[in-house]
Design a protein around this ligand. Sequence first.
Ligand code: NDP
Ligand code: BG6
Length: 605
Amino acid sequence: MSSFSTSLSSSSPFLSNHSSLINSDPSRRSLSFPQGINLDDLCVRSQRKLVQSSVAVGDGFGFCTILRLFLMRLPLVLGAVITKSSSAEIKTEPLSIPSQEADKLVIESNGGEQQSTVSITVVGASGDLAKKKIFPALFALYYEGCLPEHFTIYGYARSKMTDAELRDMVSKTLTCRIDKRENCGEKMEEFLKRCFYHTGQYDSQEHFVTLDKKLKEHEGGRLSNRLFYLSIPPNIFVDAVKCASSSASSVSGWTRVIVEKPFGRDSKTSAALTKSLKQYLEEDQIFRIDHYLGKELVENLSVLRFSNLIFEPLWSRQYIQNVQFIFSEDFGTEGRGGYFDHYGIIRDIMQNHLLQILALFAMETPVSLVAEDIRNEKVKVLRSMRPIQLEDVVIGQYKSTTKGGVTYPGYTDDKTVPKDSLTPTFAAAALFIDNARWDGVPFLMKAGKALHTRSAEIRVQFRHVPGNLYNRNSGGTNLDRTTNELVIRVQPDEGIYLKINNKVPGLGMRLDQSNLNLLYSARYSKEIPDAYERLLLDAIEGERRLFIRSDELDAAWALFTPLLKEIEEKKTIPEFYPYGSRGPVGAHYLAAKHNVQWGDLSLDQ
Ligand code: NDP
Ligand code: BG6
């Protein structure tokens, strides 16, 4: 039985935050509302949430319009007189306010004693991920006005640190939005004042009891919601959850736990971890994070596919020849060799990040955008996948190389890695989905460290035009050069482009391949939020869409466990490749075996 209290979706801090924003300048009020909401100041996130529920058309359509429409419904619950904005002309379905959220809004707008608060405890606050990603993401949310009015952040770890030392540590990694930079220093100071530290062991009930007392002091009798972010090595996840659950969970609001990967090493260990976590938590309190799902372009994948008529009809074996999911880093495992050697690139990147993207890419249209509907479709894809054959996999490991007088270390030069380690730092694989939509289409994955470039992308290569009239005008007989390719560049330089055949201007008839190009930095002035920002906010709001459900995890492990076991049992020797190269040659043969060329390595990528 779980000792955590059940999640209360009603206490969305998203709403509580907004209702507390007061517009002091009457000229900017477009609605009469008890406390006056400044429509322009709202967390940009609310735009996403509200827009999800409506279809917007036209330039003049903005978030404020949606919000006004939303607020038009408020009299129903607030009994307040709200005047209709003249600008609310866009045709859209009015949004309905879930009754629980509305109740919450009433409490908040009354300034009642039962205001809610969120306490976020970063367990493992002294570590790399906390410094690099979690605290900066929390600050970014604060900076954007996305955190509720009342919130407290606690760092928890064994290292001895004072609040001031934590603040000092955290302050070194905070940055402000390049596109805003308003009152940045001031906001950092305000944010840091909300950060505290508690020294404790991960398996000490007593230390979590003390944490609980401190959290209560900050919560000051408000309805308390608590989020624990487990940013610690996996072997201590269960200890920490046990202590947090029995000694520091919320008694009045929700308690949620974000769990970082790795979620086990194979089906068995993953199932054991899930079982242990479920001794203390309900499934809906567990937020298994895969930060690739929080990346902007990955989020956009479904938008691209399901809201553009031109793509969905092409999204099948009929038009798509192959799909490629490519991850490459131009640095090695520096600093993380100890962790990495136990896992390897297949567990570190493929079984989670790339497979999650594949599932989103290949799933059938979900019934709705509700988390369970999407996750149901993803699970179906994962369960339709053909077992991966070792012959369809290439593994590699980077070796030391010297370039321009600089020597780059090999993987086994890392002191934390055994000299005879066979752990792959590179892998390429051909996967297949045995369903009606994707029968026979190779889904190629490639992931590697210490390669020539850093990038993550999805490449969709289309079939040849049958009986193409222009074959002779395309400069040769290589049909692969004339097929269309849709590239979704997840990072860096986020963008989407479509390779098309085009007539080279002039009197002759010569075709080349050109790109219809959507480069985000050219189109949107807004800085792209870090994946951790989106996911942290989702966890606070109780939005589970981008987190991994336990059956998804089981299906992902069921696919990769036999392969990993075979590689390890056979002690398969990885193909060595020089640091900074394009990876093992074997990856090209693998692609060729399936009549594919890696798009990222072609001359005109
Ligand atoms: P760290 O190794 O930096 O560990 C975090 C903290 O946990 C440390 O500061 C330390 O705090 C405590 N800790 C470390 N080892 C032990 C141990 N053996 N026993 C008890 N406590 C220990 O991890 P990261 O911050 O790099 O990662 C945290 C989690 O996030 C891990 O699960 C990792 O796999 C995952 N992750 C990390 C990524 C990254 O880029 N770093 C990326 C994706 C996932 P103290 O000694 O003060 O208690
Ligand atoms: C993590 C892996 O999950 O993702 C790391 O453990 C990898 O090995 C990292 O470096 C890559 O994330 P990003 O967001 O920097 O591409």
